[in-house]
Design a protein around this ligand. Structure first.
Ligand code: FES
Length: 162
């Protein structure tokens, strides 16, 4: 049975069964492949999208409950969102796999808390795991996007000549 989902501001008809996780509908049916499959059990955050503005793990969210929800994926940011610009400026992504989810969590944080404290950032980003360890750069980029000065440089310093 078809249902309509509001994805990135557009009503889109999908045919998947109601218990299908949103992640697979986004990727396989709607070809929105920016949202990644990480662990499949809501433990890593790679599949984070926004549902009614709240960061949500798409891998464990059946579409059945989303008939009236507003779903936003990484594609909704268009590549020029201030958070994405800060991510580029601070060279945040390494392998990149987790970064769609990281960015969506950061966007939700800044939408709700435009000038976040370190504790706010820790709380909002806690569920997004990065196997490459980009956490310091993520923090700096979030602060930059918020117009706050990052606490310390996070890029490596060239060794002194002897
Ligand atoms: Fe590789 Fe985060 S950039 S897992």
């Amino acid at each position: 049975m078809a249902m309509t989902l509001d994805v990135n501001g557009k009503p889109l008809s999908v045919k998947a069964a109601p218990d299908t996780p949103l992640l697979w509908v986004l990727r396989d049916e709607l070809n929105l492949t920016g949202t990644k499959y990480g662990c499949g059990v809501a433990q890593c955050g790679a599949c984070t999208v926004l549902i009614d503005g709240q960061p949500t793990r798409a891998c464990v969210t059946p579409i059945a409950g989303l008939a009236t929800a507003k779903i936003s994926t990484i594609e909704s940011l268009g590549g020029a969102h201030p958070v994405q610009a800060a991510w580029v400026k601070h060279d945040v992504p390494q392998c990149g796999y987790c970064q769609s989810g990281q960015i969506m969590s950061a966007v939700a944080l800044l939408n709700q808390t435009p000038k976040p404290s370190d504790a706010d950032i820790d709380g909002a980003m806690d569920g997004n795991i990065c196997r490459c360890g980009t956490y310091q750069r993520i923090r700096a980029a979030i602060k930059d996007a918020a117009g706050l000065t990052p606490a310390a440089p996070v890029l490596p310093v060239a060794p002194a000549k002897v």
